[in-house]
Design a protein around this ligand. Structure first.
Ligand code: CUA
Length: 334
């Protein structure tokens, strides 16, 4: 009994852990592809319910009808063949599968046939364990937060720098793998303004469960504003003494991997995530709230926070250097 309670307890804990991740609900779609997938999920659940209820009702009926009791001889009720019944339970599952398969196949091929002229393009590159988002038509590169306009079809090109990852935003649409040496494509059409949780959906190494990102769906107007802001260079605000010191530490320790400008040319050859709008981001390292405490925790020992990350620990930095670095990172705003 204790064992069962323990198992049940850990299951509940796991489930509550899942719900703590913001908006990962397939049953609450916010995009047209997710909406279609949701209707297929509902169809399959209804079919399963019909089968389950029928089987359980018949089971209970027969258990009762043929129960052992004085004067009851089961041999009398033994039947060798019943052609009608056999045909029924052979044909019925086939019909149920057809009811499920037709809309599903239609949906898959319908999506592939969709016209992509006029659709927006985004290139997504996954690396252990973060996400790079490029907007080739806009000359914008960013990371960890993908901004999309509401009501516009977006064709997403998927690449991987190292191992197989999987791009998954449950509320906007199903998963698609990112495979090294291969370009996969998928389309999303977000229909509701909001912030949606994205996650790597394929086990890719020690940091897999921290490989998260956010999708921010804005109105067309807000999205255009975000694009304009991203295209502006940082650096108009005057830095304090501590922030300037942080900028110096950044230049000598971080700049070789991280760009602070979002143009494609500034990001050429940069191995790490773009930081142009780091101060505006909700998360640090993709999954922790962007607070000073968490930024320091991350900078001081990246591998402890996210196992397997390529981000190295900077050598020979004092507590003051870290504090200055964190203060400088906060100024990277749009
Ligand atoms: Cu990337 Cu799991």
């Amino acid at each position: 009994m204790k064992k069962i309670a323990g198992i049940w307890g850990s299951c509940l804990l796991l489930l509550s852990g899942c719900s703590a991740i913001q908006n990962m609900d397939v049953l609450n779609p916010a995009g047209s592809q997710a909406e279609e997938q949701y209707s297929l999920i509902k169809l399959s659940i209804y079919i399963m319910l019909i089968v389950m209820v029928t089987v359980v009702v018949l089971f209970i009926r027969f258990v009762y009808k043929y129960r052992a009791r004085p004067g009851f001889t089961p041999e009398k009720h033994q039947e060798n063949r019943n052609k009608k019944l056999e045909l029924t339970w052979t044909i019925l599952p086939f019909v149920l599968l057809l009811i499920l398969a037709v809309p599903m196949v239609k949906s898959v091929f319908g999506e592939e046939k969709q016209d992509n002229t006029g659709a927006m393009k985004v290139k997504v590159t996954a690396s252990k364990y973060w996400w790079k988002f490029e907007y080739p038509e806009k000359d914008i590169v960013t990371s960890q937060e993908l901004h999309l306009p509401k009501g516009k079809r977006v064709v997403i090109e998927l690449h991987s720098k190292d191992v197989i990852h999987s791009f998954w935003v449950p509320q906007l649409g199903g998963k698609q793998d990112l495979i090294p040496g291969r370009t996969n494509k998928m389309a999303l059409t977000p229909e509701k303004v909001g912030t949606y949780q994205g996650k790597c959906g394929e086990f890719c190494g020690a940091g897999h469960s921290f490989m998260r990102f956010l999708v921010k769906v804005d109105s067309q107007k807000d999205y255009q504003q975000w694009v304009n802001q991203m295209k502006k260079e940082n650096g108009s605000t005057k830095l304090s003494a501590q922030e300037s010191e942080g900028q110096r530490v950044f230049k000598s320790n971080c700049l070789s991997c991280h760009a602070t400008s979002s143009t494609a040319s500034a990001n050429q050859g940069k191995e790490g995530p773009n930081l142009a709008d780091f101060g505006d981001r909700e998360r640090v390292a993709g999954f922790m709230p962007n607070t000073e405490k968490n930024v320091l925790k991350w900078l001081k020992d990246p591998k402890k926070v996210k196992p397997g990350t390529d981000m190295p620990k900077a050598k020979g930095l004092s507590d003051n250097d870290y504090a200055a670095l964190s203060a400088y990172l906060k100024t990277l705003k749009k």
